[in-house]
Design a protein around this ligand. Structure first.
Ligand code: HEM
Length: 426
């Protein structure tokens, strides 16, 4: 694909996994947004870049032409079906990397656990965790707000919602942040991947155990996600343990990293913008609208890929069956045709139809949980450590910001406060 296409007039030097991109993705987004048709990048064996809002809507909503499927060993549709990451993630496909009826079956197992009415009932649990986790450092007057707050709470909540052992949260959080913060080939990536495999092996054992525990129960007493998976039937057959594992890992990736990054970016923005911080502190009812703008502006999951199942022309770009295309949600969230003054953060922006959760059938089923977690985390900070100051000299972003736009650490100081919650045994 590369040789023939790298001579196209509409090529672009766009490598979303590079260190230059991670330093500052904005100029890359601006470059692709200036093109009338999706440009072609020769990196990673070649892919088209869809940046304009109208193009991401069109591609996101057409899963038949733009497939999410991953078939790494080529036994199905062919190895060019690399799933939703460029380059592909070398793990078995979860719900995000399936199409058609198979996707429908698994989405139906996951989505009910993340539905708005279910998530609303989780509020007290999430608030209690946020309070108890902050209790651990509030008296000291300093903390890494990512490592000690925005990381732990979503990780524990994800474990709880899924019915996984709660005391494993630090291992999963560490492995996921390391995997997503580093690009393949960068020092530390191999170790992070090996740790993820080790955790997966343990989870596989846990899946087997839960299946055995529930085998004798005609009406399962637990209704968490893991229990649902091991008791479910698809086409009358139970789901093999290895497949359950792949789907659970997909949910863990979604649940553990993105909300952490969103909240970390918001805390950094509010450190730099005191008036905005004071406005949200004085009136927390403004947090939900601000959350949407932080989602638009920082787009924690900046891009996902698709593979073409048929030829398709967008603008002047003639894409062929088997080509790969990167849907750049982060760029489309800065498209001036969809968002007036896109470079400005307007915390009361309305309307704000951002694409940060994706568009179309694969749109994020965890969006309600992410919003509620964000709201609770930010409100806790503004209520209990409102004068926090970030030490920007020690600030670290992810080394790879093409898959996850994350913050590695956010060292802060603040006026020490009182412990008010119940101690956590985790
Ligand atoms: C700020 C937080 C979040 C952001 C920005 C985000 C972003 C996204 C995006 C852009 C997609 C679409 C992928 C595609 O079209 O290929 C997606 C899918 C998904 N997300 Fe999220 N997500 C967030 C939180 C969560 C949470 C909390 C969970 C679960 C606990 C979750 C689980 C998933 C799953 C399972 C999918 C695959 C859905 C499918 O393909 O049908 N996400 N997410």
């Amino acid at each position: 694909m590369t040789d023939e296409k790298s001579t196209l007039p509409n090529t672009v030097d766009f490598d979303h996994r590079s260190a230059t991109f991670a330093e500052d993705p904005i100029p890359f987004y601006d470059t692709v947004l200036q093109r009338d048709s999706p440009p072609f990048s020769p990196h990673h064996e070649g892919f088209w870049v869809a940046a304009r809002y109208a193009d991401t809507v069109r591609i996101g909503r057409d899963p038949v032409t733009f497939s999410s499927e991953k078939d790494l060993d080529g036994t199905g549709r062919g190895p060019q079906f690399g799933g939703v990451l460029i380059p592909p993630w070398p793990v078995a496909p979860g719900v995000g990397e399936l199409d058609g009826d198979e996707w429908v079956a698994f989405r139906r197992l996951i989505a009910p656990h993340l539905a708005p009415n279910v998530v609303e009932k989780l509020r007290p649990m999430i608030s209690n965790y946020a309070t108890s986790i902050m209790d651990r450092f509030i008296a000291s007057g300093k903390a890494d707000l990512v490592g000690e707050f925005t990381g732990p709470v979503p990780a524990i909540v994800t474990m709880e919602m899924m019915g996984l052992p709660l005391d494993n949260w630090p291992l999963w959080a560490k492995a996921m942040h390391a995997m997503l913060a580093l690009a393949p080939g960068v020092p530390g990536f191999e170790e992070a991947f090996a740790e993820l495999m080790r955790l997966s092996d343990n989870l596989l054992i846990g899946i087997g155990k839960r299946r055995a525990e529930l085998a004798d129960e005609s009406e399962p007493s637990t209704q968490d996600m893991l229990s649902n998976f091991v008791t479910a039937r698809i086409d009358g057959k139970p789901i093999p343990d290895e497949e359950v594992l792949a789907h659970l890992i997909n949910v863990i990736v979604g649940g553990v990293d993105t909300t952490t990054s969103l909240t970390a970016h918001a805390l950094l923005y509010l450190h730099r913008n005191h008036a905005a911080r004071e406005m949200l502190r004085a009136d927390p009812s403004k947090i939900p609208a601000a959350c949407e703008e932080f989602l638009r502006y920082y787009s924690p999951a900046p891009a996902q890929a698709r593979t073409l199942t048929a030829d398709c022309t967008i603008g002047e770009s003639a894409m062929k069956e088997g080509d790969r295309v990167l849907i750049c949600w982060a760029a489309s969230n800065r498209d001036p045709a969809a968002f007036p003054d896109p470079d400005e953060v307007k915390l009361d922006r309305s309307p704000n139809h951002h694409a940060a959760f994706g568009l179309g059938p694969h749109r994020c089923p965890g969006s309600h949980l992410a919003r509620v977690e964000f709201e609770i985390l930010l409100a806790e900070v503004l209520r209990r450590i409102p004068d926090y100051v970030i030490d920007e000299s020690e600030l670290q972003m992810y080394r790879d910001r093409g898959v996850a736009n994350g913050v590695l650490s956010l060292p802060a100081t603040f006026t020490p406060g009182a412990v008010i919650g119940k101690p956590l045994a985790l």
